[in-house]
Design a protein around this ligand. Structure first.
Ligand code: CU
Length: 176
């Protein structure tokens, strides 16, 4: 009786370990570059040139670690306020941006696109206008309190229409 129980629990323990180990070590069959790097990186980061006091950073965030992460906040040397935004339908056929309070999930080994008209890092209360050729540093903070500095070149972009709240007109304090 006792023996059987011990044998059973030993088996369960081994099976449990095997399941765990198999998860981590082997099988990176569809291995992407991201999965190989072992860290979180941002590919093709860029910030939209603007002469207003707000803009956004885009790029492809790759979680090359084997742990799920979430981008919980962001900061920048040129912006007084930075938020994580998503773009949602406003019900009248156009879209509006909304702060994503829960952050951007980054599942292990996967990539997340930040692009105009979709999720992006919103830079507000800019210190200065941003022109092509400038470089902006944006610091991403993750749910494990680690951070990543992203050097993003400023580029012109005229493709996507975004509705800012407050509206662009209202926030255009040109003159300084
Ligand atoms: Cu935004």
């Amino acid at each position: 009786m006792k023996k059987t129980f011990a044998a059973l629990s030993a088996f369960a323990l081994v099976a449990g370990l095997a399941a765990c180990g198999g998860n981590n070590s082997s099988e990176s069959s569809g291995s992407t570059d991201a999965a190989a790097s072992g860290k979180i990186t941002v590919e093709d980061a860029w910030v939209k040139a603007t002469d207003t006091d707000m803009t956004a950073m885009f790029g492809t965030v790759e979680n090359g670690t084997d742990e799920d992460r979430t981008i919980v906040s962001a900061d920048s040397d040129v912006a007084g306020m930075v938020e994580l935004h998503e773009t949602v339908a406003d019900g009248s056929g156009s879209t509006m941006m909304k702060e994503k309070k829960d952050g951007f999930p980054l599942p292990a080994g996967e990539s997340k696109e930040l692009e105009p008209g979709a999720d992006h890092v919103m830079l507000m209360s800019l210190d200065k206008k941003l022109a092509a050729g400038d470089t902006v540093t944006v610091t991403l903070t993750f749910d494990d309190d680690s951070t990543l500095d992203v050097e993003a070149p400023v580029k012109p972009f005229t493709g996507a229409k975004e509705t800012y709240a407050p509206s662009e007109e209202a926030s255009t304090h040109d003159g300084h």
